[in-house]
Design a protein around this ligand. Structure first.
Ligand SMILES: *Cc1c(COP(=O)(O)O)cnc(C)c1O
Length: 766
């Protein structure tokens, strides 16, 4: 049976000292019985504190009934506030004696929907009112498309069209497909509807409940228009590129960009002019500096670019910036707009990892859909793309495009041509529904509550690491640190406080604690204008010893690869590991138990490292795979050898060079791709690749950012690109089991190969 009835909500009943054997107590008990008979679970709390904890602990409490006299010190308001912090519109009731109403503060009354008279009305009448209020709330709870989908699944039409599994029934015909059916369950299969299902609407023409769902998302995310997409933000970025750019248009591109931007360039034939972000001593990718966005600089770069001579006009048609960066650096968007001035008419922020930004005041002004959409009229046309499956709760492939119309707009009818080109005519409806649910979760108070919790956990983790490091330091011992300010200014007293001593509430709410101030040394991005860039607290970078303040390697160090291997062995997933840093995301699902265990594992690593415990004990899988190489080594031995490799190879220096100097652009990515399709390419050994033009992008992971784009020259043999690739190769040869992954590099028998264009590489213009 398709389960479409909603599971019962819990109701919290919070009351103070009510003597038993009184009318009030008897009425209360009768009410509980009535509610239970109607299928509700009633959770009782015997004090305001208890009520507050119950609300914190159980997000499924969907209604509260609070004793106005729960305690003399305003306890009723405490409980109601705790409830309202997550639920703006869910029903909340106060009860008490009629004579007490005048004594209840207005601030308390405002938080409740209704007052109930427990003694004067019958329990069944009251329970009926409560049930009706919950019913009304629930009817409005579900967003448009999902509620239409539930209704549809309930209709149980006999389907004769597609999908051919016909609501799952085809899977019942063989043993193998029955397993599939049973695993995923009837609901998912029944929701896999045909595009012809008018009752749910159409994704391609944005009609019916799906269209309503997109309008709902626009309201929640602060856009003028929103589009649900089902090919990830990869598809969303390509859709925007195809709608905004065509042959010979200039695209101003963050070099710190996702693969889908390369694809957008290939498909459109646009000419990329790159914005190169800075990197700090740890190799963390920072922002594009303000001076690089100034109109004079942009015009000069476009003018100097060897490929732009045939461009329509020396002005970018489209600008794309990654916000936040992988490491959590976020821009002051209003400043970006201001600095870019008239050179930026269309501004596209790839916010794949940042869909939650609008829902917490900490990020105010630092995301594409900032402020009030109704007041946004004369800026550039803004685009934001969100992978709702990455940091909100949606299914894989769910993504949103949000648009604010401004200068040089692309109105819906034109935009939709590109949208359809990148969509399937048979989208998977559960993906669309999950996108909408991820928006509904963030609407109103619950968005603030969920994001605040994630920020609080991240702050708590960072402060705890700081305190532990301080204790170890007192005993002259090393420990990890987190990448954030070491000191902050308390706005109340004007005093400087060590980060770990700062009040948690301040760190959770004051953006100034996270801004990259020009005089602070911790971030390593010198000369940045104050307030322009901020670190997002939920992207937590753990730093291992090894890199000194000036970027030189220290006497001793612990490369992050070995720590990462240790963490994996202990069941942790991290987001990214790079040289001496490991990135962890504190997303909405983070709990104290999870980060607490991470912390104890880091402590355990330190102890095992200090004791140089044998690798066969710590990483048995590694030793089994490479007994000769690692059989006799201890944890510290291997770490020392890796650190030594860093010192010898200058790998971090090469990285710095490779990503801060742009290779020479021999041709646009589209032209390189054209030749690849025509098979004018050959595989070339890394040692012989000097001055060859690469046919594909070369993207080392981490950080997963293109080092070379298709059509660019690998440069001289001793140049930055080849230098870095050789350093990676040498590492891989020395440390089997710790090899790097580089898209665009093929490893065969220990040799590294790149796809290059056949000579001559001269750019032939069509
Ligand atoms: C992951 C990612 C994308 C692509 O998103 P998908 O939803 O996986 O297709 C685009 N841009 C950036 C910066 C990303 O990290």
């Amino acid at each position: 049976m398709a389960q479409t009835a909603m599971s019962p909500l819990s109701i919290l009943l919070a009351y103070g000292d009510i003597p038993s054997e009184t009318t009030l107590a008897r009425s209360g008990i009768a009410l509980i019985e009535q509610l239970q008979a109607r299928g509700f679970e009633v959770v009782r709390a015997r004090s305001a504190d208890d009520g507050e904890s119950a609300i914190r602990a159980d997000p499924l409490i969907g209604a509260v009934i609070v004793d106005a006299d729960i305690d003399p010190s305003g306890g009723a308001e405490t409980v109601l506030r705790a409830f309202r912090a997550r639920n703006d519109r869910a029903p909340a009731f106060l009860f008490g004696e009629r004579s007490h109403i005048p004594e209840i503060p207005l601030s308390t009354l405002k938080l409740a929907n209704e007052f109930i008279w427990l003694v004067e009305d019958t329990p069944s009448f009251i329970a009926g009112r409560i049930e009706a209020a919950i019913q009304r709330y629930r009817e409005n709870l579900l967003p448009p498309m999902f509620s239409a989908m539930l209704a549809q699944a309930n209709v149980r039409d006999y389907a004769f069209g597609t999908p051919g599994h016909l609501g799952g029934t085809a899977f019942l015909k063989t043993p193998v497909s029955k397993v599939f059916f049973e695993y995923f369950g009837e609901n998912m299969l029944r929701s896999d509807l045909s595009i012809g299902m008018a009752a749910v609407g159409s994704l391609l023409d944005h009609s019916g409940p799906i269209g309503e769902s997109e309008r709902f998302a626009a309201r929640v995310f602060g856009a003028h228009r929103s589009y649900t997409t089902t090919n990830g933000t990869s598809g969303s970025n390509r859709t925007i590129f195809m709608a905004s750019l065509t042959q010979n248009d200039i695209a101003l591109c963050d070099r710190n960009c996702h693969k889908s931007i390369e694809h957008g360039l290939v498909m459109t034939g646009a000419i990329p002019v790159y914005l190169v972000p800075h990197r700090n001593r740890y190799g963390i990718i920072g922002p594009i500096y303000p001076e690089d966005l100034q109109p004079e600089t942009v015009r000069a770069r476009a003018d100097a670019n060897p490929l732009t001579t045939s461009a329509n006009r020396l002005k970018p048609r489209h600008t794309i910036i990654t916000n936040s960066t992988y490491d959590g650096l976020i821009y002051n968007v209003e400043r970006v707009i201001e600095i870019g001035g008239d050179v930026i008419d269309r501004l596209h922020f790839d916010e794949a990892w940042y869909a939650y930004a609008r829902f917490n005041p900490l990020y105010r002004g630092r995301h594409a859909m900032f402020g009030d959409p109704a007041e946004y009229t004369d800026g550039p046309t803004l685009f934001a793309t969100h992978s709702t499956h990455k940091l909100l709760a949606a299914l894989s492939q769910a993504s949103f495009i949000h648009i604010r119309d401004g200068r040089d707009p692309i109105e819906h009818a034109r935009f939709n041509e590109s949208f359809m080109m990148h969509a399937s005519t048979s989208p998977f409806y559960p993906i669309i529904a999950s996108n909408e649910i991820s928006a509904a979760m963030m609407e109103g108070a619950s968005g603030v509550a969920l994001t605040t919790e994630a920020i609080r956990e991240a702050v708590s983790f960072r402060q705890t690491v700081g305190l532990i490091k301080r204790q170890y330091a007192q005993a002259d011992q090393w420990f990890f640190s987190t990448w954030n300010a070491t000191e902050i200014t308390d706005p109340a007293s004007g005093q400087r406080l060590a980060f770990e001593d700062a009040p948690e509430a301040l760190l959770v709410t004051d953006p100034d604690c996270w801004v990259l101030h020009p005089d602070d040394a911790w971030h390593g991005f010198d000369g940045l204008e104050d307030g322009y860039c901020m670190l997002d607290p939920i992207k937590v970078t753990v730093v291992a010893p090894g890199v000194a303040g000036d970027g030189q390697l220290e006497q001793r160090g612990i490369p992050a690869s070995i720590i990462a291997a240790y963490l994996v062995r202990h069941g942790f997933e991290y987001e990214k590991v790079q040289d001496f840093t490991i990135l962890f995301l504190f997303s909405i699902g983070m709990t104290k138990a999870k980060w607490g265990t991470l912390l104890t594992t880091l402590i355990k690593f330190k102890e095992d490292y200090d004791a140089n415990i044998k690798l066969e004990v710590i990483l048995p899988g590694l030793v089994t795979a490479y007994p000769e190489r690692y059989g006799t080594m201890g944890l510290r031995d291997l770490s020392d050898e890796m650190f030594d490799q860093y010192k010898q190879s200058g790998q971090m220096h090469h990285l710095q060079q490779a990503f801060s100097t742009l290779p020479s652009q021999e041709m646009i990515p589209a032209e390189a791709y054209r030749r690849l399709v025509r098979n004018q390419v050959e595989r070339v050994r890394l040692d012989e690749v000097a001055h060859r033009t690469v046919a594909t992008s070369i993207v080392p992971y981490p950080p997963g950012i293109p080092m070379m784009m298709p059509g660019e020259s690998a440069g001289p043999a001793d140049g930055p690109c080849i230098g870095y690739l050789k350093a990676l190769r040498d590492w891989d040869r020395r440390f089997p089991g710790f090899t790097h992954e580089t898209h665009g590099i093929e490893v065969r028998g220990g040799e590294h190969y790149l796809q290059c264009l056949k000579q001559p590489t001269q750019f032939e213009r069509d």
